[in-house]
Design a protein around this ligand. Structure first.
Ligand SMILES: [Zn+2]
Length: 65
């Protein structure tokens, strides 16, 4: 399994520069690492997957390095 580095991810210009997560498996890993505080969703522009922070979209980002 490849290790996806969230901090080094490409950004999606369609989605407010959210990090692009290439595969659903990587998105699942990030959600699990964040103890389910994140929601994954498929990019509407076809750039893979993104995660959102439903509880605190404006709060500081979780450090996932
Ligand atoms: Zn997107």
């Amino acid at each position: 399994m490849t290790e996806f580095r969230y901090s080094a991810a490409e950004r999606c210009t369609w989605c407010s520069m959210r990090a692009v997560i290439p595969t659903e498996a990587d998105a699942d890993q990030i959600v699990a690492a964040a103890e389910q505080r994140l929601l994954k969703y498929r990019c509407p522009a076809g750039d893979g997957w993104h995660v959102s922070y439903p509880a605190a979209e404006h709060a500081m980002l979780i450090d996932m390095r």
